[in-house]
Design a protein around this ligand. Structure first.
Ligand code: 0WD
Ligand code: CA
Length: 397
C-alpha cells in the first residue's frame, strides 16, 4: 500500500541518465548554491554515565588536556595499553532516540516551552546524508515517523547490524586507539580544578566508551528547522554557564558550542596516498563538526603500531578550503562543502514533503542501497519507535 507520489525528488540536475523510481531522490552533488545554514545554538545537554544511565546534566563532559611535550618526550604514547580491559558499550542494544527524547521531556517540563523544529534526530544521521553524494559505497536504512507535527528520524539498527561487516581484530584495535586517545587527551574537570595526581593518572583507568556527553542544538538549513543531538568529545577550555548569559546581546553571548572539540585519530602521514586518505576523512570530520557547530577538531597521529606521535588542531571552517586547495584534489570527485549542503537541504526538504504528514504513527523507511543513485522512501508496518514517556508527555499538551 503506497501513497501516490507525484514527483521524484526536488529538481536537482543529476548527471545520471537512469529513470528515477517512484518515491525517490536522486543523489547528486549539484553545482548549485544551497540555502544558508543557521548558526546552531545549544538548547540543552545530557550525559550517560559509566552504567549508561541518563543524566540531564554535564557530568560526563571532559576537558582537553594534552601537551605536545608529553607525547614527544615519551617517544610516543602506546594507544594499545589497556586493550584487554576495554569496557565496550554493547552496540546491539537499540536505544532509538531515547536519550534525546527524554532530555526534551525534561527540558520542556522545566522551562514550560515546547521544543520547536521540523526534524528531530541524531547528528550522526545527518552526517550520513550530508556526505552521501561523495560516499556512495555504504548503504543504510533510516526509520522516520511524524508525531506532534515533527518528523523523527533514527537509524534502523537491525539493518545496520545485519549489513555491517564483521570487524576483524585489527580494526577492533584501531577503534580502541581512538577511545584511548580520547582518554589520554582529556581530564574530567577543568585543569585548575584537577590535582596533579588526577592529571598524571588520567591514562590508568580502563578505557570505556559507555559514558558520553551530548549536546542538543537547534539549527536550520533553508526552510527546515532541526533539533539534533550529538556526542561532544570535550571542551577546549571551559563550558560557559548559561546563567552567565543573561544578556541577550549576541556580541556578549558566550556560546557553549564555540568551546567544543572533536577528537580523532589517524595514521601518521608518510605518503601521498596517506595524505589523500586523510583529506577524505577530514571532510567527514568537517561534516560531523559543522552540523553541531563544533569549531575545532584535534587529530592525534599514530604509527602503524598504535603509538601516538603528535597531534594537530584543525579549525572546522577551514577544512573545506584545505581539502579543496590540496594537490590531491580533483574537481570532479573532490568533496565540496557548499554542494554537500545543497544536497542535504534538498534531501531534508524532500523528506518533509514526501512523507505524508497526516499519517502520524506510520513508520517510513528511508533507504539507500550501496552504489545506487537514489534515496527512496517506503511505508512499513513497523511499530512506532518514540519513547512512550515522550509520546505521553507530548500527548498531554
Ligand atoms: O546513527 C547514529 N549516529 C546513532 C547514534 C545510532 C545509534 C546510537 N547513537 C547514539 C550514540 O551512541 C550517542 O549516544 O547517538 C548518540 C549521539 O551520536 P552522534 O553524535 O549522532 O553519533 P556520530 O556523530 O555518528 O558519532 C559520534 C561519536 C563517535 O565518535 P567518532 O569520533 O568515531 O565520530 O559517537 C560515538 C563515537 O565515539 N558513537 C558510538 N559509540 C559507541 N557505540 C556509537 C555506538 N554505536 N555511535 C556513535
Ligand atoms: Ca571523536
Amino acid at each position: 500500500q503506497s501513497t501516490p507520489w507525484t514527483k521524484g525528488g526536488p529538481h536537482i540536475p543529476s548527471g545520471q541518465q537512469q529513470q528515477a523510481p517512484p518515491f525517490s531522490l536522486p543523489i547528486s552533488s549539484a553545482r548549485i548554491r544551497g540555502p544558508a545554514m543557521r548558526q546552531p545554538r545549544e538548547i540543552t545537554s545530557f550525559s550517560y554515565d559509566d552504567n549508561r544511565r541518563l543524566h540531564f546534566d554535564d557530568s560526563s563532559l571532559s576537558y582537553f588536556y594534552l601537551l605536545q611535550d608529553d607525547v614527544t618526550a615519551s617517544g610516543g604514547i602506546d594507544l594499545s595499553a589497556g586493550y584487554n580491559v576495554f569496557q565496550k558499550r554493547d552496540d546491539t542494544i537499540d536505544e532509538h532516540l531515547d536519550g534525546l527524547l527524554l532530555t526534551l521531556v525534561h527540558l520542556e517540563r522545566t522551562t514550560g516551552k515546547k521544543t520547536t523544529g521540523d526534524i528531530i534526530t541524531w547528528r550522526g544521521i545527518l552526517t550520513k546524508l550530508l556526505c552521501l553524494p561523495y560516499s556512495k559505497n555504504d548503504g543504510f536504512e533510516l526509520n522516520a515517523v511524524w508525531f506532534d507535527r515533527q518528523l523523527f528520524i533514527e537509524e534502523n539498527l537491525p539493518y545496520k547490524l545485519a549489513t555491517q561487516q564483521r570487524s576483524d581484530q585489527r580494526s577492533e584495535l584501531m577503534s580502541y586507539w581512538g577511545y584511548k586517545f580520547e582518554q589520554i587527551a582529556t581530564i574530567p574537570k577543568p585543569w585548575n580544578d584537577c590535582s596533579r595526581k588526577e592529571i598524571e593518572s588520567r591514562g590508568q583507568k580502563p578505557v570505556s566508551n559507555v559514558a558520553q556527553y551530548c549536546s542538543v542544538v537547534k539549527t536550520g538549513l533553508g526552510d527546515v528547522r532541526m533539533v539534533i543531538a550529538g556526542e561532544v568529545d570535550c571542551v577546549w577550555d571551559y563550558k560557559p554557564d548559561p546563567k552567565d548569559n543573561i544578556d541577550d546581546d549576541p556580541k556578549l553571548f558566550d556560546n557553549p558550542l564555540e568551546h567544543y572539540v572533536e577528537l580523532k585519530t589517524n595514521r601518521v602521514i608518510q605518503s601521498d596516498r596517506d595524505a589523500s586518505t586523510f583529506e577524505n576523512k577530514l571532510f567527514r570530520v568537517w561534516a560531523q563538526s559543522f552540523l553541531l557547530g563544533v569549531p575545532k577538531a584535534i587529530v592525534g597521529f599514530r604509527s602503524d603500531q598504535g603509538y601516538l606521535q603528535t597531534f594537530e588542531e584543525f579549525e572546522t571552517q577551514k577544512i573545506p578550503g584545505i581539502v579543496k586547495k590540496s594537490k590531491y584534489s580533483n574537481p570532479y570527485t573532490t568533496w565540496d562543502a557548499v554542494d554537500a549542503l545543497a544536497f542535504l537541504a534538498a534531501c531534508l526538504q524532500w523528506l518533509k514533503t514526501v512523507i505524508p504528514r497526516a499519517e502520524e504513527d506510520v513508520v517510513w523507511t528511508i533507504r539507500y542501497l550501496p552504489r545506487s543513485d537514489y534515496l527512496t522512501v517506503s511505508r512499513t508496518d513497523m511499530p512506532p519507535f518514540l519513547h512512550p514517556d515522550f509520546v505521553q508527555w507530548r500527548s498531554e499538551k
